[in-house]
Structure formats: C-alpha cells, structure tokens
Write a protein that binds this ligand. Structure first.
Ligand SMILES: [Zn+2]
Length: 374
C-alpha cells in the first residue's frame, strides 16, 4: 500500500479494468433474485440501512460505470465504492483496485475490458445538449466574431436565409467555447450544420472544420451516446418551387444548395454506403411527398459507388430514381456557383432528359456526360 494521497495509477486505467457489478457483488449485498441489466444491490454506505435494495448501475457520458442509491442519493464509481466500504482513502482505494485488476508497476498492463462493454449505450433520441450546442453556435455566427464564417458560407453559395432557416452556426473551437463531453470536439474553428428529420425536427449536427489539415479531420460529430447517427438529413426549405423532385445529395452542404434552389432535398451523411434501410426511408419519404428522387452523383469513384448501391435498392422499394451528374467533373456546389441556371437542367419526372444534364436509370451503363453551357 502506498502512502496516503498518492495513487500510482491513472484512474481511467484502473476503471477500465474494473467490472463494477462484480465489485458491487463483492463489497455490497446483491438484492435477492435480481439479474441481468436491471440488477440491484443494497446501499453500500455503512450508515444507510437500505432494506429495499436501492442501488442500480449505469454508464455516464464518458463510458465509466457508476452506481447510485436512489433512496439515499448516494452515488459514485468503483473508487467511491471501495472508499465507502473499506475505509481506505482514495489513493489507497485506487491501488487496491489496480492490484485486484492484476496491474503491477513492473509488468505489462493486463488488457482493459472489451471496448463495447465500456462504450456508453447508444442514444435512441437526441440529447438536449445537442440542441443547445446548435443554438450556441448559431448565436456565435450572428455575432461579430462570426463574420469570417458567414463569408466562408457565402463563398460556398449558402445564403443568409438558408443560414437562418437551418440554424447554421460556427463552433469557435474548444478554447473559446467550453462544451460537454460527447459534443463535437472543437479542435479548430468549424461550421456547424444542423441536421433535421423529414418532419423538420432537429436530430443531429455536423461540425465541418474550415481547415481539415489543422484539425486532423474534416467532420466532427456528436458521440453516439448523445445522438444516433441519422444517415439522412432534410434541410429546411424556405420556398419549395420544385416539389416534383427531391434531390438526394452527398452531405449537408450540397443538400442546402439544392434546398435553397427550390428543390426538396436530402443529404446522405457519413461515409457508409447507403443500405436497404436508407433506401427504404428515402423511398418512403418520396411516396409521402409525391416526389421523384433524383440522385446528384458526385464526379468521383465514391459518388459512383453511392449511385450504384442506391439506385437498385430504391428500385427494389418500387421507386424509380433518376441520376444527374453535374458536367465537367464538378460537384453540385461548384456547378451551382458557376451556373446560376443549374436548376433548369434538372429534368421534371415526366421529361427524363433535358438539354445538358443527364438523367439515367441504369447505373451500370451510364452514358458519357453532356456538355452544359455555364
Ligand atoms: Zn444509500
């Protein structure tokens, strides 16, 4: 045992190797007959006569296992449990747990418990923290500090009306804005693109770093414990002039460009190739809205992979989707900025082909691109 007040091990390393339910079994009294996820224990606090077994276990946002006594409001992690039940001080308790987990200063660390059991349970609905983050970032964009980002958005063709309708914002980075764990990390300044469900409810947010090289990544998302990844984002459209067509775009920025041009739009989010469930949701949405899906295919291998996966899946759902490929190897954002009349090149469903852009039902036999007057 070390001198009081000096633990030899980082707390995280010890907690990662401690099974709290086993420790509660050891140091507290399990409730008779309780099993599995809903297990209960009698309160470990020596002065609390807890006849009803009021202690349950949960994981906090950082993934650490914690216990809580609901009748006496006693709570803590494994270290608090050892302190409460054995009379050790914190440093001694940490060393005791480390020793119990097979951690010895002169030997390699034993493996941590499997990652999946350590990860916090995935959220089923969005945590209100995400909405507060969206609002805070939108307020920063409205302040003078947000002016450079507003210009960055304007340069990408995103208008003030679209910014306001969709609560787009700026995350000034974690040194400027403190945030709870699980929210986008804020390594650098990022644009924040809120994500909405088909009914207009906020479901998610993506932070897009302005300087991906400096941040080490392009996008940062909330942790799964705070919000489930929606895979589809429906931008808020101020005025829909083309309800006949829903443009399916790669990513929120392109979907916002499409929405702002008067189309209904959906953004495909994340790097995962669309699967049956994404296709079913898209086809269902198109059916509800009485609209035809037209996939805007990015001019790269990834874009073609998305089209080749999605079109047959939509076909299986009974939806005959079109594909439009912007000319000259442009993505939608560049096409829109160079050709203000780009929406005219998106054909109406009853007119499968119109000058310039190409609509193609067959993802395998795609014909060469037509030239479009820019
Ligand atoms: Zn208690």
């Amino acid at each position: 045992m070390t001198a009081p007040g000096r633990a030899r091990w980082p707390i995280d390393q010890v907690l990662e190797r401690t099974d709290l339910s086993a420790l509660l079994d050891e140091l507290a009294e399990p409730a008779a007959g309780s099993m599995g996820r809903g297990r209960k224990w009698h309160c470990p606090m020596p002065y609390h006569e807890d006849h009803r077994a009021s202690v349950t276990m949960f994981r906090d946002r950082t993934g650490h296992e914690r216990w809580r006594c609901w009748s006496g409001d006693h709570r803590g992690d494994a270290i608090d449990l050892v302190v409460a039940t054995t009379g050790r001080d914190r440093a001694e308790a940490i060393d005791w747990l480390a020793n119990r987990a097979g951690m010895h200063p002169d030997r390699p660390l034993p493996p941590a418990r499997p990652r999946q059991s350590r990860a916090p349970a995935a959220a089923k609905v969005m945590d209100p923290l995400v909405a507060r983050y969206v609002q805070a970032c939108h307020r920063v964009l409205g302040a003078s500090a947000g002016r450079p980002l507003r210009e960055w958005l304007h340069a990408r063709g995103i208008t003030d009306a679209t910014i306001t309708a969709n609560l787009i914002g700026v995350d000034p980075g974690r040194t400027m804005m403190r945030r709870a764990r699980g929210l986008p990390y804020g390594a650098e300044v990022a644009a924040t693109f809120p994500v909405y469900g088909p009914g207009g409810a906020l479901t998610y947010v993506q932070a897009r770093y302005l300087d991906p090289d400096a941040a080490g990544r392009k996008y940062d998302n909330p942790a799964a414990a705070l919000a489930p990844h929606p895979r589809l984002g429906f931008p808020i459209t101020a005025n829909t002039t083309r309800p006949d067509v829903t443009l399916v775009c790669e990513g929120m920025p392109d979907a916002l460009i499409a929405a702002q041009a008067g189309f209904q739009a959906v953004g495909l989010l994340g790097a995962q190739t669309p699967d049956e469930s994404v296709a079913a949701r898209l086809a269902n949405h198109a059916g509800n809205m009485g609209t035809q899906l037209v996939l805007v295919c990015d001019p790269d291998a990834a874009g073609r992979r998305v089209a080749d996966a999605l079109i047959p899946l939509l076909d299986e759902c009974g939806h005959d989707a079109g594909v439009v490929t912007p000319p000259d190897g442009l993505d939608l954002n560049d096409w829109a900025s160079r050709c203000p009349t780009w929406p005219d090149h998106i054909p109406a469903p009853d007119r499968p082909e119109r000058d310039g852009a190409l609509v193609d039902d067959d993802p395998v036999e795609r014909r060469p691109l037509h030239e479009v007057e820019l």
